[in-house]
Design a protein. Structure first.
Length: 413
């Protein structure tokens, strides 16, 4: 299992790497427009996950058999397979099932293998990746474009502030680029950065240790990176976890601290832009579209990855060329899997709720960090989709869920 642990650490270090080989079969096009979400892609991280499976399955086959034959997992797979049989594009649906199984194994591996002795190395690797990501973010923000060169091989996409569909905001009447680093969207970048931030906040280092001061510097750098993404939800979460971790004693000081946080968030929520109402309207239209897609097959849904083939019938009133999932993981899942998938989701959320309650009752610092990260996914999932649709979002989500269900959460202080 030592080799598998090494590969797992390699996977943590590779999270910021988006580089991969895209394939464009016929089902990845909708009305002649190629859809990134439908492109089967072999990422560097996929290769690492395959290596992780091959090196660990022999030692975990009993636990793996128990996990993958559990009632909830079998029920989920049955729901997905039934949806595949009625999907417009069955191949796309089956590819979605493969990705579901891949990241299910990642979550399973973390839950069974991750231990107290893995904590420090994991935090160091994630922090290093976050610092490098923040450096790339900073230069992209200054240049208002991608960096190019060697960063292409880390998965950086070519873009500038003038690229159609790129994430921007208005500041003093000028259009400003939200930097991506090597992630598919600034919101995904912020999600990754919150992982080491949260773990560092709750990691215990002696105040007289040099590591303690490196921790403080890293927290400042990583928090600056989150600010550069201009992700509203991530900035709110960042403010809340700092407030919860360092809230001063005394009612008056607490009121002052809360007031500072509220003012900070009120500034951030507008992102100093005039297009926020347009953004909200766009998301509401996508929600309406998801309901219409759900009603086409409310019992079993339209099938994994098949959202876009139905979205095209309603897309012209939003934009005829930029296809997007609904920015809500619950509605997106329900549209693809129907009421049957909703039942499965409800059962999983109930299990997750019980687990989080148990972790909250412990005195483990790591458990608290895991709970906060899981709550971020549950809350931010109301406003975004990358937890289910994009490689790096799926990978971090699987790791967080694995940490939540890992045995070490109740032991780590």
């Amino acid at each position: 299992m030592r080799a598998a642990r090494f590969v797992f650490f390699l996977l943590l270090a590779a999270i910021p790497i988006q580089f991969g080989k895209h394939f464009w079969p016929s089902f990845s096009f909708v009305h002649g427009i190629r859809i990134d979400y439908l492109s089967p892609t072999l990422h560097v991280t996929d290769l690492i996950v395959v290596a992780l499976i091959l090196l660990s399955i022999n030692g975990l086959y009993r636990e793996a058999f128990k996990f993958f034959t559990s009632k909830l997992f079998i029920l989920t797979v049955i729901v997905i397979l039934v949806g595949c049989t009625f999907a417009v594009e069955k191949t796309a649906a089956l590819f979605g099932l493969i990705k579901f199984l891949e990241f299910s194994y990642v979550a399973f591996f973390v839950s069974k293998v991750f231990s107290v002795k893995d904590r420090d190395v994991s935090v160091y690797l994630l922090t290093l990746g976050g610092v490098v990501t923040t450096i790339i973010l900073s230069f992209q923000f200054i240049l208002q474009s991608s960096l190019g060169g060697v960063f292409y091989y880390l998965g950086e996409r070519t873009f500038s502030v003038a690229t159609p569909g790129i994430a921007t905001f208005h500041f003093l009447g000028q259009l400003v680029l939200r930097p991506y680093a090597t992630f598919p969207h600034p919101n995904v970048t912020s999600f990754f950065l919150l992982l080491p931030i949260t773990l560092l906040l709750f990691a215990h280092f002696r105040r007289d240790s040099i590591i303690y001061y490196f921790k403080a510097i890293a927290l400042i750098v990583l928090s600056f990176g989150v600010c550069l993404t201009f992700s509203r939800i991530a900035l709110l979460f960042l403010a809340l976890i700092f407030m919860g971790r360092f809230l001063p004693a005394g009612l008056f000081r607490r009121i002052i601290w809360v007031a500072v946080i509220v003012v900070f968030f009120l500034i951030v929520i507008t992102r100093l832009e005039t297009g926020i109402l347009q953004d909200i309207g766009y998301r509401i239209q996508l929600i309406e579209t998801s309901f219409q897609i759900f009603l086409r097959n409310p019992i079993i849904g339209v099938g994994l990855q098949n959202f876009f083939y139905h979205e095209v019938d309603f897309q012209n009133r939003i934009t005829p060329v930029l296809f997007q999932p609904v920015h809500n993981i619950y509605l997106y899942w329900m549209a693809m899997t129907g009421i049957a998938g909703g039942v499965v989701l409800g059962l999983f959320l109930l299990k997750l709720y019980k687990r989080l309650r148990m972790l909250v009752a412990t005195k483990s610092r790591f458990a608290r960090a895991s709970v906060l990260l899981a709550l971020f996914i549950l809350f931010a999932g109301l406003f975004d989709h990358y937890f289910l649709t994009l490689q790096q979002g799926q990978l971090v989500t699987a790791i967080v869920l694995g940490l939540v269900f890992s045995k070490q959460t109740k032991d780590l202080e």
